[in-house]
Design a protein around this ligand. Structure first.
Ligand code: AHM
Ligand code: MG
Length: 331
């Protein structure tokens, strides 16, 4: 049996260029945080951490005990390397400045994505994105960089196994937590999204609120062999973006959280959900669009802003984008 390379060995061999030293150290801290979060989630209801708190986050969503706990784990772990000057989190209204001497990077994180799934024992995840800091004392505006500026992005998935999937702009690699050695080991090298797919993921209960291009695309998928597409489609909806993106990386597909009449800017957050996932998907040969623009080229105006997103297998995403462009031209 061949021994899988550990994440530490992999990063030591593969990271190159000006950011490699810092990235090694920061990813080491993130790995520590992810392992701690995996333990907290694994414990399930035993520790009494599965419930909701009386508090709401900045988006007005009720916080779960684990939302707050995982956020605290991240803040503590990320300070060790000394390279991260500030952090933006889904669970915090304002950015946090970290007291480090040599902070050259900024972290945007959703510590527990899909947390509505946590007490029903369905996969959840952590999503993160790393940007360059201007200086050691970052201000809110310093975080407002387009997704194209990301140095590194990744997600952890707490599913049937715990995985960490990463890009530093040179492909996408997936690591699985080996619980016997407590190491992440390389199990999914150079992940590639197939360009063609017959699987889509969208919250169908929002159908009546969608705009015409999204309705058209999904209608055609549903018509299958009897319609324009001349092939049958399958549907999945986990309500955990990490699980949807992971499935797409493994076997292709599209994931859509578009703007609609109820949520004009969509649901998902640009800085710590849409941008990191778009970076990963593009690095694996897929595409990611708002409908009218590449997600990673959206100029951010707020750290918690939302953005419509459709990502996955390139040929399908190109098709959805064409439907949006046609509608926009007709206007
Ligand atoms: P969260 O960050 O509050 O967990 O919300 C984001 C999640 C995504 O993981 C998922 O794609 C989406 O919300 C599901 O939304 P819905 O409840 O509309 O199905
Ligand atoms: Mg989230």
């Amino acid at each position: 049996m061949t021994q899988n390379m550990t994440i530490t060995e992999f990063l030591a061999q593969h990271l190159q260029g000006e950011h490699s030293g810092a990235l090694n150290a920061i990813l080491d801290d993130i790995t520590v945080a992810v392992k701690q979060i995996a333990i907290a989630i694994d414990a399930g209801a035993i520790t009494g951490n599965m419930g909701s708190l009386a508090t709401e986050n900045v988006q007005g969503e009720v916080q779960k005990t684990l939302d707050v706990l995982t956020n605290d784990i991240f803040i503590e772990a990320i300070q060790k390397s000394g390279y991260v000057a500030g952090m933006v989190s889904e669970e915090l209204i304002d950015p946090v400045n970290l007291t480090v001497k040599n902070g050259q990077y900024l972290l945007c994180v959703d510590p527990l994505d899909g947390s509505s799934n946590v007490n029903v024992n369905i996969s959840v995840g952590t999503i993160f994105s790393l940007l360059k800091a201007k200086n050691n004392q970052p201000e809110l505006n310093d975080f407002l960089q387009a997704g194209t500026q990301q140095i590194c992005a990744g997600y952890a998935m707490y599913g049937t196994s715990t995985m960490l999937v990463l890009t530093t702009g040179n492909g996408v690699n997936g690591f699985t937590l080996d619980k016997t050695s407590n190491d992440f080991v390389l199990t999914h090298p150079n992940m590639q999204i197939p360009q063609e797919t017959t699987e889509f993921a969208i919250n169908m209960s929002n159908y009546r609120f969608w705009q015409e291009p999204v309705q058209r695309y999904i209608d055609e998928c549903l018509q299958g062999t009897e319609g324009e597409r001349d092939k049958d489609f399958n549907m999945r909806w986990v309500a955990s973006m990490v699980a949807e993106v992971h499935r797409i990386l493994v076997r292709g597909g599209v994931f859509m959280y578009p703007s609609d009449a109820k949520a004009k800017m969509g649901k998902l957050r640009l800085m710590y959900e849409a941008n990191p996932m778009s970076f990963i998907v593009e690095q694996a040969g897929g595409a990611s669009t708002t409908g009218l623009q590449r997600v990673m080229e959206v100029a951010p105006t707020g750290i918690h802003q939302r953005v419509p997103i459709m990502l996955g297998s390139k040929n399908e995403i190109d098709r959805v984008a064409i439907y949006h462009q046609k509608k926009s031209k007709r206007k």
